[in-house]
Design a protein around this ligand. Structure first.
Ligand code: SF4
Ligand code: SF4
Length: 366
């Protein structure tokens, strides 16, 4: 049974609360002055405000201790058009959201200019994927701290540490593999036949006539064309089986853990909105803010986060009237079984769904 430490939100602002919470996990795990430590965050899409704030990220980093000056914030580029699709755009957005400024650690894109900078990880026998494409900065760091915002998600019901690992540490090709059992599609209504995608396709799978066409027999699924199209005409197919998607995502979480030396996981169970930080603000939170969790086990911390949300009453303006004891994410998206990601992760040996929840300050006062 794994330990999950819990700082209730009413105590979170208390001086030393973060330090006490995180010291429970990091004690005994030394960071050397020469170590490069990647702090995996999600700085939020343009128009989103529910992401973990720079102040809270800084508080986690301060609590980890003065082990190294080589701590940096990081995230990967994404598959869809917007301000997180290429490194320069993403850096601008991260700065707008307060990350990578002089009073925070530097923010470094983990997978290169267009998501192409990756490490190929060989997967164990019996996995669906023979290899995983993990962002090179993740695999080249000496250690990683995973800070996640626990909230709902369109495809996985909810997202926390496991999703941050599996999807968030994948390069563009890795994301594409997880998201799509087929190759990218061209929206011919949007395509202007400019040829930019074809010029950047490394296997010449794209031909241009009145619009671009992809030869799926040649396409390797690298995702380069997604990032290059100025019209947003290249898209991912989202119509695959949900369980296939979750299995792929969790196998990638396994790959990320295997190459990154994770020190600890921190989940902010705050602003628990139904959608992820990749979306603009749409719906209000499902529950009131609950607190901050820390653990060395990504499965246990997500399980504990889910249980805390389930146990809480619905927030005043919640889009679903699910009372205490009802799974809010299932109530919001009845067709998605979010706990599948946890059971798959447990079956792959990533952690345990059984945990002991330890309230940090209560325990300290004993
Ligand atoms: S995904 Fe990569 S290989 Fe496939 S068409 Fe796009 S650029 Fe070419
Ligand atoms: S880059 Fe986009 S708009 Fe240009 S040809 Fe390719 S799909 Fe069409």
């Amino acid at each position: 049974m794994s330990k999950v430490f819990f700082l209730p939100i009413d105590k979170a602002s208390m001086e030393g609360g973060f330090t006490k919470l995180l010291s429970k996990i990091v004690s005994g795990k030394r960071i050397l002055p020469t170590d490069t430590v990647a702090v995996k965050i999600h700085p939020g899409e343009e128009g989103n405000s529910s992401y973990v704030s720079p102040d809270n990220v800084n508080r986690v980093i301060e609590a980890i201790g003065p082990g190294t000056d080589r701590i940096f914030l990081t995230d990967t580029t994404v598959l869809y058009p917007g301000k997180r699709m290429s490194a320069p755009d993403y850096l601008h957005l991260a700065h707008e959201h307060g990350f990578g400024l002089p009073w925070t650690p530097p923010f470094i894109i983990a997978d290169g200019l267009h998501g192409e900078d990756e490490t190929i990880v060989k997967m164990p026998e019996g996995f669906q994927a023979d290899e995983a494409h993990i962002a090179s900065i993740i695999s080249n760091s000496d250690a990683m701290v995973i800070i996640s915002h626990f909230k709902g998600h369109l495809l996985t019901g909810f997202g926390g540490a496991l999703k941050n690992l599996g999807m968030g540490c994948a390069s563009r090709a890795g994301k594409l593999y997880q998201h799509s059992s087929v190759k990218p599609l061209i929206n011919t209504d949007k395509c202007s036949a400019c040829g930019i995608c074809a010029a950047h396709c490394h296997v010449k799978a794209i031909s241009i006539d009145s619009h671009a066409s992809i030869d799926t027999d040649i396409c390797t699924g690298c995702g380069e064309c997604l990032g290059r199209c100025p019209e947003g005409a290249v898209r991912v197919s989202w119509d695959q089986n949900m369980s296939v998607f979750m299995r792929r995502m969790i196998e990638y979480a396994y790959a990320a853990v295997s190459v990154s030396n994770p020190l600890l996981y921190v989940n902010f169970v705050t602003s628990v909105v139904p959608d992820c930080d990749c979306m603009k603000d749409i719906a209000p939170p499902l529950v009131d803010d609950i607190g901050i969790l820390a653990s060395a086990d990504p499965v246990a911390i997500d399980m504990a986060s889910l249980d805390l949300v389930t146990a809480a009453p619905a927030a005043k303006n919640s889009p679903v009237r699910a009372e205490a004891g009802i799974d809010k994410f299932s109530a919001y998206r009845p067709d998605i079984n979010g706990t599948l990601q946890l059971s798959i992760a447990e079956s792959l040996g990533l952690g345990s769904m059984e945990y002991e929840l330890l309230k940090v300050l209560e325990r300290d006062q004993q």
